[in-house]
Design a protein around this ligand. Structure first.
Ligand SMILES: NC(=O)c1ccc[n+]([C@@H]2O[C@H](COP(=O)([O-])OP(=O)(O)OC[C@H]3O[C@@H](n4cnc5c(N)ncnc54)[C@H](O)[C@@H]3O)[C@@H](O)[C@H]2O)c1
Length: 295
């Protein structure tokens, strides 16, 4: 099935990025938010990025108006009835997602593909509110933050996802100019299953004073060619997010390498959540990382 019309539910950090990339790739995109102010905020996020790209000379000044023709907002789910693919990017709460998916199942045409951008919930846990035909058209479509800059998408299949759905999603991701990998419906999928224990290990090294925070980051950056060190990256992700992802993985696998170290818990309790609160392993001013803070 060729995907043409895309619905994005949730115009927050991830939803706005997904909608932007799809509009740029020439898809007709409809973003659903819950009220006018949030919808305007999501749209402003997209237009802001386009305006900055024009200002930096990365795209011609006429380009945003062309892309904007592909992008519309709505407050109703009914407006998504004609979409071939709907990507959900609402907050990470199973109760909210179940309610939304039950409604979407009623609204969408029988062939429409339904995807979630969840980072940590089981994709199959959404099946109970869907009819059997939709269960075959359900998959995870896990984008990375910031969506316009990150070239990977994990396509997550359940035991019920059919081959046509996977092929259509692969083609969709390719048209976005991104690369897809196929991941199992298991906590952390592929990337976080490998990345999170590495980041937690770096925190254990800091905790044991193996090296300073700066030297741990410099070591992995210059020694392994990573774009940023593990403690810098953890601050970037958010230490509260790191803790909750670690808890999900530890619950699922029970392996010590997924366990949140005491240092992480202490930083979270102290309100040092990383970039978003201005302090974590480092002090931050907006996007700018400053000196490492005492541990
Ligand atoms: N933030 C990340 O780095 C990241 C990375 C990968 C995946 N994810 C996943 O993406 C999803 C969204 O995360 P986010 O960071 O964009 O969250 P966010 O809080 O920035 O955005 C969520 C948006 O959904 C809206 N919303 C809530 N209920 C809605 C509904 N019923 N209909 C329409 N809109 C609704 C909210 O108003 C909000 O604007 C989560 O499942 C998260 O786990 C996040």
């Amino acid at each position: 099935m060729a995907i043409q019309r895309i619905g994005v539910v949730g115009g927050g950090l991830m939803g706005a990025g997904i909608a932007q990339c799809a509009a740029e790739a020439g898809f007709k995109v409809l973003v659903r938010e819950t009220d006018e102010a949030l919808l305007a905020k999501g749209m402003a996020r997209i237009h802001g990025r386009w305006d900055r790209a024009v200002a930096k000379g990365k795209i011609p000044k006429e380009q945003p108006a062309v892309w904007a023709q592909n992008l519309q907002g709505t407050l109703t789910l009914q407006a998504l009835a004609d979409c071939d693919l709907v990507v959900e990017a609402i907050p990470e709460r199973l109760d909210l997602k179940l309610q939304l998916f039950a409604e979407l199942d009623r609204v969408l045409g029988p062939e429409a593909i339904l995807c979630t951008n969840t980072s940590s919930l089981s994709i199959a846990s959404l099946c109970p509110v869907l009819g059997p035909q939709r269960q075959a058209r359900l998959a995870g479509l896990h984008f990375f933050n910031p969506v316009p800059a990150m070239p990977l998408v994990e396509i997550v299949r359940t035991l019920a996802t059919d081959g046509d759905t996977l092929a259509s999603l692969r083609a969709f991701v390719q048209r976005l100019g991104k690369t897809a990998i196929l991941a199992p419906d298991a906590p952390g999928f592929v990337v976080n299953r490998l990345l999170i224990p590495y980041l937690l290990d770096a925190m254990r090294c800091a905790e044991q004073r193996l090296a300073t925070v700066e030297d741990l980051d410099i070591g992995m950056k210059l020694g392994c060619g990573h774009p940023m060190g593990p403690l810098h990256l953890s601050d970037f992700i958010g230490l509260d997010t790191m803790q909750s992802v670690a808890e999900v993985l530890f619950d699922a696998f029970g392996e010590a390498r997924f366990k949140a170290p005491p240092l992480l818990r202490q930083l979270v309790v102290a309100g040092r959540l990383g970039r978003k609160t201005g302090s974590g392993f480092y002090r931050w001013e907006g996007e700018e990382r400053l000196e490492a803070l005492p541990l």
